[in-house]
Design a binder for this molecule. Structure first.
Ligand code: PLP
Length: 490
């Protein structure tokens, strides 16, 4: 540790000006050279505890000491999500306009739970969600800037958006059932409720159902891993015959295991006829609907009560930013409205108070980063980025198909390719383990029914076709070793 005593307060305005600029340089250097670092860290669990003291310092430390620990303590344990060698999960959003938006958000430090808590925070969010909604050609009733009752909100994650949708649907159905039978308690209704999603839906739907304490049926999908209307309809008939109340369906556009698309045009009308809340989770793939060629995949959104996508995945916005639109904001507000005196303000009832649209009270000024991104890339820039990722996925698919030892396990529609070695699952399991052990590229697996597949996602904004070829060469080298090992009985 250096002997230099820090000034007090720890950082004054002038120091911040200087150090802040240096930190921006560090960030730009990091992102510019991220590919020189192994994409996956080589540390063991618990590595960090031994690198820093067991207790916080009594006396202030200098910035130099603190910052030196970023490379010494933090970087060895960082998985580099924005490296072109990162092919796990789904694309993570990142861009400098977005990072600047977050910096400004932090500097303003508003906690915009109500309109009065910071009017710009609420109003920008509403307008920018209308912008994005129009880019997606959402139906008018999901937008705020119309005579309609709908509108958009930014949640932290898709998990929160789905939970908010499910809890809103639960409140709506309880109210309806109690109108028909005023004697029935919340519990009487809740124990009969049943929600639906597909067996490919993200685990956050299971979690939402656990929190909401309602039954969830995960319905089987067709050969393309899509939920069909006939399957949903049969499940609902069966449940009604057993005295249950179907009340919620979460359809997925772009499932996590294979980026499959549920059949919205079959599911949507059914949900409408049956008065069931339809939520559409398009956490990853939703961003692609800003391209006219992918927009048909969203046909049927007009039947939805709510819809979410994550700009923090595929729209150059840094985590966290999950945009959600609802048909009838009153459904959400009814489920979450608590109104203590200290949160009230003069314009209450005339303006949007986003605290009633979400689980927490506090909320960040997230629309700033989305606004910066939409303005500085423009619709065209964002379309170009989506198209580039899809093209790169096709490049990878072609490479896989050119090698007879491999197979592609699901349709490649967006920036994800599921592939495997032909033969038993154990081969692909071994292959992925060996690839990730190299720490040169990083991928995660999925199960498509009983089939183990390796997911190759195009993730970083800077990924080029040379990175795809580089990854493919590593995959082939490791496959050679796995298959030679098998031949030699290893
Ligand atoms: N839904 C889908 C289809 C996903 O792929 C994911 C994450 O990858 C989620 C939901 C959960 O996203 P979040 O981390 O924003 O809750």
């Amino acid at each position: 540790m250096s002997e230099k005593k820090p000034s007090r307060p720890p950082m004054d305005h002038d120091e911040f000006r200087k150090i802040g600029k240096e930190t921006v340089d560090y960030i730009a250097d990091y992102l510019e050279t991220v590919q020189t670092r192994p994409v996956y860290p080589g540390v063991q669990p618990g590595y960090l505890r031994g690198l820093i003291p067991a207790e916080a310092p009594q006396d202030p430390e200098t910035w130099e000491d603190v910052f030196a620990d970023v490379e010494r303590v933090i970087m060895p344990g960082v998985t580099h999500w924005h490296s072109p060698d990162f092919h796990a999960y789904f694309a993570p959003g990142n861009s400098y306009p977005s990072q600047l938006g977050d910096m400004l958000c932090n500097a303003l430090g508003c906690v915009g739970f109500s309109w009065a808590a910071s009017p710009a925070c609420t109003e920008l969010e509403t307008v920018v969600l209308d912008w994005l909604g129009k880019m997606l050609q959402l139906p008018e009733h999901l937008l705020a800037g119309t005579a309609g009752a709908g509108g958009g909100v930014i949640q932290g994650t898709a998990s929160e958006a789905i939970l908010v949708a499910l809890l809103s649907a639960r409140t709506r159905i309880i109210r309806r059932e109690q109108e028909a039978d005023p004697e029935s308690s919340d519990h009487d209704v809740m124990k009969k409720l049943v929600a639906y999603t597909s067996d490919q839906a993200h685990s956050c739907v299971d979690k939402a159902a656990m929190i909401a304490a309602v039954k969830l049926r995960k319905l089987p999908t067709d050969s393309d891993f899509a939920l069909r209307g006939t399957t949903l309809s049969a499940a609902m008939d069966e449940d009604r015959a057993n005295g249950l109340i179907p009340f919620f369906c979460c359809a997925t556009l772009g499932t996590t295991p294979s980026c499959a698309f549920d059949k919205l045009l079959e599911i949507g009308p059914l949900c409408c006829e049956e008065n069931m809340w339809l939520h559409i989770d398009a956490a990853y793939a939703g961003s692609a609907f800003i391209c006219p060629e992918y927009r048909p995949l969203l046909d049927g959104v007009e039947f939805a009560d709510s819809f979410n996508l994550n700009p923090h995945k595929w729209l150059r916005v840094n985590f966290d930013c999950s945009t959600m639109w609802v048909r009838n904001r009153a459904d959400v507000v009814d489920a979450f409205n608590v109104d203590p005196l200290y949160l009230r303000h003069d314009n209450q009832g005339l303006v949007t108070d986003y605290r009633h649209w979400q689980i927490p009270l506090g909320r960040r000024f997230r629309s700033l980063k989305l606004w910066f991104v939409l303005r500085m890339f423009g619709v065209k820039g964002l379309q170009q980025y989506i198209r580039k990722h899809v093209t790169l996925a096709k490049v990878f698919e072609t490479l896989v198909l050119s090698d007879g030892r491999f197979e592609v396990s699901a349709k490649v529609v967006m920036g994800l390719v599921c592939f495997r070695l032909k033969g038993p699952n154990s081969l692909s399991e071994k292959l992925l383990q060996k690839i990730n052990e190299t720490r040169r590229i990083f991928m995660v697996p999925a199960k498509l029914r009983d089939t183990y597949v390796i997911r190759f996602a195009i993730c970083a904004a800077t990924t080029e076709s040379s990175d795809i070829v580089h990854a493919w060469n590593i995959i082939r080298e490791q496959a050679d070793e796995v298959l030679t090992g098998v031949q030699n009985g290893v």
